[in-house]
Design a protein around this ligand. Structure first.
Ligand SMILES: [Zn+2]
Length: 296
């Protein structure tokens, strides 16, 4: 993989070569490990893998390409991964096409890394530590999980939050990517509470409760009260439970519990923001039509 296999300290991307030796194609070449979802997984969180996966379905092979977000280009790009020598398929005569499984390689190594190069010539590198034959953790990634996250970097609805709360959103996603989930959830909860208060203020004439009394309600009670004005997705199975969980105070929840709640609460608040954007766009369309009509 490296120009000099003995050099374990230096990786110079433009000196790497794509090894096309024994680059064969079989019907089941699809890589089950290197995916955009894997690149989004937080550091230091154990990742369970199938120890009996064929090497070439786990390590990058056959000039594996995946599309992911490049924060330098601010758009999605195709990244090609340097072929791993662990995924080598020996097709020489008499070799009986011997293919090793992942556990066989992981037993022999403590760390491994994968390197991809974008069509834009920006590169990415991910390093892993092997914990056992079926468990690994990510110990490093560049660009960071935060930078590779298209949602944080490129979503227009984040503007709806204003600078202060957009900052909280980025901090939340960043902490989550470092597996610091109680802190991450604390930020998300603050945004969620703000969005509930905004929704209350926008509709206060239809609600039979003062702002002060509203502020004293538990999160789950606020959500219930605002049901008519919130996206219906927020009331589907699984969501209702998270509101009572976060009502009890995030500091009582375990890291693991916070990790489970985080993606759900994140989708809930994104739904609210998306609905806000859609409502604004609709209002603008109606205004535009009205002004056109006035000209007639
Ligand atoms: Zn790029």
């Amino acid at each position: 993989m490296y120009k000099d296999d003995n050099n374990v300290e230096i990786v110079t991307i433009n000196e790497l070569n794509f090894n096309t030796r024994n680059n064969i194609t079989t019907d089941d070449m699809e890589n089950n490990f290197i995916t955009e979802a894997m690149l989004m997984l937080p550091l230091y969180k154990p990742i369970t893998i199938n120890p009996k996966e064929k090497n070439y379905k786990f390590f990058p092979y056959n000039n594996l390409k995946i599309e992911c977000y490049c924060n330098l280009c601010k758009r999605r790009r195709i990244f090609t991964f340097y072929n791993s020598r662990y995924a080598f398929i020996d097709c020489s005569p008499g070799s009986s096409s011997h293919v090793e499984t992942v556990d066989y390689v992981l037993k022999k190594c403590d760390y491994f890394k994968i390197i991809g190069n974008g069509e834009c010539d920006h590169s990415l590198i991910v390093e892993f530590k092997v914990l056992s034959s079926n468990k690994i953790i990510k110990i490093g990634q560049y660009p960071s999980i935060y930078d590779m996250n298209e949602e944080i970097n490129n979503k227009s609805f984040i503007k709806e939050l204003g600078d202060e709360f957009a900052g909280y959103y980025k901090s939340a996603c960043s902490l989550y990517s470092f597996n610091t989930c109680i802190g991450a959830l604390t930020y998300l909860r603050r945004i969620f509470e703000k969005l509930l208060l905004d929704t209350f203020c926008d509709n206060r004439e239809n609600l039979d409760i003062t702002e002060e009394d509203f502020q004293h309600l538990r999160t789950d009670e606020k959500v219930k009260l605002l049901k008519k004005y919130l996206p219906s997705l927020l009331f589907e199975n699984g969501f209702s439970q998270i509101y009572s969980e976060i009502s009890n105070g995030i500091h009582n929840l375990s890291e693991e519990k916070c990790q489970n709640i985080f993606p759900l609460l994140k989708s809930a608040l994104e739904e609210i923001l998306i609905q806000k954007v859609e409502l604004k766009e609709r209002e603008n369309r109606i205004k535009a039509i009205a002004s056109e009509l006035n000209k007639l």
